[in-house]
Design a protein around this ligand. Sequence first.
Ligand SMILES: [Zn+2]
Length: 363
Amino acid sequence: MVQENHSKKTLKLQVMDNRMIFIAILCQFASNAYGKHGDVQSHLGEWAYDYYTGPEYWFYVHPLCNGTRQSPVNILENEVVYNDSLTPLVLLNYSMVLNNASYYLLNNGHTVMMGIQTNSSLPIGLLWKGRKYNYYGLHFHWGENDTIGCEHTLSNQSHPLEVHIIHYLSEYGNFTNALNYGDGLLVWGNIFQIDNTIDESKSPLQELFSKIDRVTLADNKTFINPIPLNSFVADNSTDSYYHYEGSLTAPECTESVMWIVNQKKMKVTSNQMKNFRLLKGHLHNATDFVELESLKNTFRPTQPLFGRKVYTSVQLMNGSSYNSTNFFNKTREIDNSTSFSTGSAINTTFGLLLLCFLFLLFF
Ligand SMILES: [Zn+2]
């Protein structure tokens, strides 16, 4: 009897030992995850598309990124709402090349942007719903291969490249002041699809694509031949777009953007895409060493709509071009990435800590 009790006690101790080891592993994992967030604190003001300062951590130091009006979003083309107040965009001097102006490319450490240095008083921008928006600048988002890269996805479908043409509402005076208003900015997103049959030498953007390798490192800048803004927009596309209210897609993630996403796509070749992937960003702490960020995936995952509607300027035919099987498979993938992008790391951490606590409480 005594021997039997002793055996039971030994067995119980062994089970306890195993439980303790399991709890210890869980707690270690949880504390490691928490430690990563602690690292974010030592990178105040920094952000990237990778490492511990990637999109899922932005909100630790840029709290607006955890808002309910964030961008980009997935646009389900069979759920958009037709809105007849979405009149065509009226372009102001988009086809002009400014005299005595210097056009340049700049690697700002996060993306490549095209800037214009000019003293010209010629207004460039657009009119939308009776209001005037001044052109501010443009930049690109891309991915490590031709199947990903754009920020807005269309019915869960991604594309390799998206250009954002940024404007601010003229009546707010300047870009910085416009950030204080929910309607301060208008960003026109234009998505590119691969077409390897186009003649690159006749592409209006070849001047830009061919010179991106001159700005490989962060803060590199190179002057280019002038490119009119309408080169970044599909022909005859000012009347067909999606619209929703969102945010900047990078920190500070300010919720001041009236988004216009063009329904007509631009074309780019696989060859033209290659130079984007050569770019490098700033120095970042990887696991235990410092390295230059590789700008291979410069896009933020899609964000939840939180009840927002996406509108269309033209009535679309019911039944889009995707097939239903692919649609549901892709929906699942996108849902995963979306949920991970908004604080899933912290959920995992505290979930594990809660599990530790429950184990200690009941065993
Ligand atoms: Zn952008």
